[in-house]
Design a protein around this ligand. Structure first.
Ligand code: DGJ
Length: 378
C-alpha cells in the first residue's frame, strides 16, 4: 500500500514538473568529465577493470597535467555500479628516491591490468614499462602483486618476454625461413622486401637472446583459469599472445604470433559464445585511428580479421579514442560487454577522457560498436 502511494506521488511530481521520475541508474556519457567521489576527474588511463566480490576495481595510469611519464603510478578506483567511483588512491607507486629502481618517477608506465589468481588468492598487476630516459626503447613488461585489490602492490620486476623461445606453433618451414633472415639484407626499412622479412620474423629473431619486446598490453583469464598476456611486439609490427604461469607471475615460454606485420596496438580481448574477439588500433601515437577487429576459435588462433566494428559518425577514428579494455558485465537477462577506450590529450594528459560503449552483437555473432551520447547499464 505504502509503495503504491509513493509511486503515485512520484508520478504526480513528474506530471507537475513535466519530467520523468529521476532514474536510479546514472547514465554513462563518453567524452565528458567523470568526477570521482571527491569531484575530481577519474585519473586512470589506458586502464582495465576487475570485478571482485561484488565490487568493480578500475586500474589505470595516473597522468599529470604536463607529462605522460609516470609521476605518481597506477591508480585504483572502486565502484558498486560502474558509475559512482571512489578514489582508492595509488595502487602501485613510482619510486621517488631510489634512482636505480625500474619504476623510478619519470619512467613510463602504460596500460596496467590486474587479474585475481584463485589459487594463490593474490592480485597480480602487469604493465608496460619503459625505463626513465630511454624513450620507448626498453619495451619491457613489469609485474607487481598484492593481497588486496586496492593495494599497495609490491613491485616484483620487469624484463623482455620469453628469452630464447620460438613461438610454439612455428612450422619447420617457417623456422627454415627464419634461419635465413639477416638484417644486413634490408638496409632500407619499409620496402616490400623488408616488410616481408618482418612478417617472417626479422625482429623476433633479433630479439631471441634478450627476449621479445612488449609494449601495449592486455591480460585475459580464460574460463579454465589460465591467463594470457597479449602485447604489441617486434617493434609494434606484430602482436604476440603468451601464456602465463599458474601463479600469473611469469611467462611459461609458450606463445604465438598474431597478425604478423599488421602493426596493431591497444589490444582488448574478450570471449563471447566460445569465440575469442580482439579489438586493436593501428599505430599512430596518441592520435586516434580506425579500430581493427579479429576473431579466433581458440586463443592460439587462427585469427581472422573483420571490418572495423565501430559504426556511425567518427567511426573511422574510433570516435576519437583508442581501445583499452572490454568488460563483460553479467545482467539479469544477458551479459553486457562494455568497450572501453581512451581519448588521449597529450598536451594535457590528465584531461584525457573515456569512451565506454555497449557492444552489440549481430545475428551471426559479429560485434558492433555504435556511438551513444549517453546510455544506461541496467
Ligand atoms: C600509443 C599507445 O597505444 C599508447 O599506450 C602510448 O604508448 C602512445 N602510443 C605513445 O605515443
Amino acid at each position: 500500500m505504502r509503495s503504491i502511494r509513493l509511486w503515485a506521488a512520484a508520478c504526480l511530481a513528474a506530471l507537475l514538473t513535466g519530467c520523468a521520475p529521476k532514474q536510479e541508474v546514472n547514465p554513462i556519457c563518453s567524452g565528458t568529465i567523470w568526477p570521482d567521489d571527491q569531484g575530481v576527474h577519474v585519473n586512470a588511463h589506458g586502464g582495465g577493470v576487475l570485478y571482485h566480490e561484488g565490487v568493480y576495481y578500475w586500474y589505470g595510469e595516473n597522468k599529470s597535467d604536463t607529462t605522460s611519464n609516470a609521476m605518481v603510478g597506477v591508480m585504483c578506483y572502486s565502484s558498486p555500479n560502474l558509475t559512482d567511483w571512489k578514489n582508492e588512491g595509488v595502487a602501485l607507486a613510482v619510486e621517488k628516491n631510489d634512482t636505480a629502481s625500474d619504476i623510478v618517477q619519470g619512467c613510463i608506465i602504460e596500460r596496467p591490468k590486474v587479474i585475481y589468481n584463485e589459487q594463490t588468492k593474490k592480485f597480480v598487476m602487469w604493465f608496460h614499462l619503459e625505463l626513465k630516459g630511454q624513450g620507448y626503447g626498453a619495451a619491457r613488461s613489469a609485474v607487481a602483486i598484492s593481497d588486496t585489490p586496492v593495494g599497495p602492490f609490491r613491485y616484483i620486476g620487469s624484463g623482455r618476454v620469453n628469452l630464447s623461445r620460438l613461438p610454439f606453433d612455428m612450422t619447420d618451414e617457417q623456422k627454415a625461413i627464419l634461419d635465413t633472415l639477416d638484417a644486413a639484407h634490408y638496409p632500407v626499412e619499409w620496402t616490400p622486401e623488408w616488410r616481408k622479412a618482418v612478417e617472417e620474423g626479422l625482429f623476433l629473431k633479433r630479439d631471441l637472446p634478450g627476449g621479445q619486446m612488449a609494449r601495449d598490453m592486455q591480460l585475459f583469464v580464460d574460463d579454465d583459469g589460465k591467463a594470457y598476456h597479449i602485447y604489441s611486439s617486434e617493434e609494434n609490427m606484430t602482436m604476440q599472445i603468451a601464456e602465463l604461469s599458474d601463479d600469473y607471475l611469469s611467462h611459461t615460454g609458450k606463445y604465438t604470433r598474431m597478425a604478423a606485420g599488421g602493426m596493431n596496438e591497444a589490444p582488448a580481448l574478450f570471449k563471447h559464445k566460445n569465440t575469442y574477439w580482439m579489438i586493436t588500433s593501428g599505430c599512430t601515437g596518441w592520435a586516434p585511428n580506425e579500430a581493427r577487429m579479429f576473431s579466433a576459435p581458440s586463443i592460439w588462433g587462427p585469427w581472422t580479421q573483420h571490418p572495423n566494428p565501430c559504426v556511425g559518425p567518427k567511426s573511422e577514428i574510433t570516435f576519437g579514442g583508442q581501445s583499452t579494455f572490454v568488460l563483460p558485465v553479467p545482467g539479469k537477462q544477458d551479459t553486457t560487454y562494455i568497450f572501453m577506450a581512451d581519448i588521449w590529450r597529450p598536451e594535457h594528459p590528465s584531461d584525457a577522457r573515456y569512451i565506454w560503449l555497449p557492444i552489440q552483437f549481430k545475428a551471426d555473432g559479429t560485434p558492433v560498436i555504435e556511438w551513444k551520447e549517453q546510455w544506461t547499464l541496467n
